[in-house]
Design a protein around this ligand. Structure first.
Ligand code: FES
Ligand SMILES: [Fe+2]
Length: 421
């Protein structure tokens, strides 16, 4: 539409010359060898968001997180000193998985005073210390003070709990997140505690679903109902208002549109009736001052949404007074577990509760439109017929994401080669 603060000259992509403009390969989304490298180079080294502080609200609150690609299971627990810690979910005695409920492969959560291994009954306190050994006198040189649960690095940023499986992370969480993400330091995530959580097994590589959420080029085609004529460009397409890249992280902002001014065909009758839908409630409660410099760094007017892709597998979409969160957990080269959370200010009235429910249901339908298609993308890429694909300027973040993934893998692989030489 030409009115957005595009770089003064050239395209968004050419603004970042390191990205190039050539065709890219999606071999990184089908290759088992590349998947094995991603395990070591990315998922065992990067900071990974596993939850929010609201997930462990009081002393003894815990949850487990299965990180399939890293062959890891992690316990996150709030201790008696109010600290949130993470531990490998492995008993120090003979390696049994310590915390699980019905099936050892499934995640669980709850509140407890201690963790007791189901196998021989060893017990650990909330700080990971070994506190009970059955028939301790029959062991040889057992140093109970130094055989607690193996810790996992755990840091918190604005209520988001991150872990790092690297025994010695090379960066603190804040250094890793960098200034573009830290500009959200004051966003009041902690006030938005009415949550709707979804989980789906998806038969595509984890990066392909992330790709579908970091470009809006596909929206007029795959979700025509989402983009009224009023917000399309003269070619019938949709242009994003602002793109930005900072280290391994990305953001994209889109312009706002007043839903109530749109013709009826762009929404379901229930959206008009409840004044809520795909972009959330049409009005949200005042949650205090918002850090607009971080939320709308492109000064888009009217501003709609900013979507932050935090490397490697977290995405936060902020709509002013509420947010959406996605996480992509790889389970094989051609599958991943997709998690989505919608978070609102707790409803104060029945009307607000209904607005939240409608927003969640409409979101789920649109997410399914993407999810249902990606099995086809995966299968076609796996045919191996083509290996170079053109990307438009609107797909700059796809280009950047795959480049960063490739860079992390190459850096790790290079270090290995160097070590072997
Ligand atoms: S493996 Fe846990 S107590 Fe034996
Ligand atoms: Fe989509």
């Amino acid at each position: 539409m030409g009115k957005w603060p595009k770089p003064a000259e050239g395209s968004w992509t050419e603004h970042y010359p390191e990205l190039g403009t050539g065709r890219i390969s999606f071999e990184d989304s089908v290759s088992p060898e590349f998947y094995a490298l991603e395990r070591e180079a990315i998922f065992k080294r990067a900071w990974l968001n596993v939850g929010r502080i609201e997930d462990v609200p009081r002393t003894g609150s815990y949850f487990t997180k299965e990180i399939h690609i890293a062959n890891a299971s992690v316990i996150v627990v709030r201790g008696r000193d109010d600290e949130i810690r993470a531990f490998h979910n492995v008993c120090r005695h003979r390696g049994n998985k310590l915390v699980w409920t019905d099936l050892p492969s499934e995640e669980t959560s709850g509140v407890c005073r201690q963790f007791t291994c189901k196998y021989h009954g060893w017990r650990y306190d909330l700080e990971g210390k070994l506190t009970f050994v059955q028939q301790q006198s029959e062991f040889f040189d057992l140093d109970v003070d130094n055989i607690g649960l193996a810790p996992v690095h755990c840091e918190i940023w604005n209520g988001f709990i991150f872990i790092n499986l690297d025994p010695e992370p090379t960066q603190t969480l804040r250094d890793f997140l960098g200034p573009m993400i830290m500009a959200l330091d004051d966003y009041p995530f902690a006030k938005l505690t009415e949550r709707y959580d979804f989980m789906a097994d998806n038969n595509s590589n984890w990066k392909l679903f992330a790709d579908a959420f970091q470009e809006y080029y596909h929206v007029p085609s795959l979700h025509p109902q989402q983009v009224p004529v009023a917000v399309r460009n003269p070619e019938g397409g949709f242009e994003c208002a602002h793109f930005q890249i900072d280290g391994p992280h990305r953001l994209v902002s889109t312009a706002g549109v007043r839903r109530w001014t749109l013709p009826a065909e762009y929404m379901y009758p229930i959206e008009r009736a409840t004044r809520s839908g795909l972009v959330g409630p049409w009005e949200t409660p005042d949650i205090g001052p918002l850090p607009m410099a971080g939320l709308n760094p492109g000064n888009v007017d009217p501003w709609g949404i900013t979507n932050y892709q935090i490397f490697p597998n977290l995405e936060i979409l902020i709509y002013g007074g509420w947010y959406l969160l996605y996480r992509y957990w790889p389970t094989s080269p051609s599958s991943h577990k997709f998690e989505a959370t919608l978070a609102y200010h707790p409803a104060r009235t029945v009307r607000e509760r209904i607005e939240h429910e409608v927003s969640g249901v409409v979101f789920k339908e649109f997410a399914l439109q993407d999810a249902g298609m990606l099995g086809g993308t995966q299968a076609a890429l796996e045919s191996g017929v083509l290996d170079a694909f053109p990307l438009s300027d609107q797909e700059i973040l796809v280009r950047h994401f795959h480049k960063v993934v490739g860079d992390w893998v190459a850096q790790y692989d290079g270090a290995l080669v160097g070590a072997r030489a």
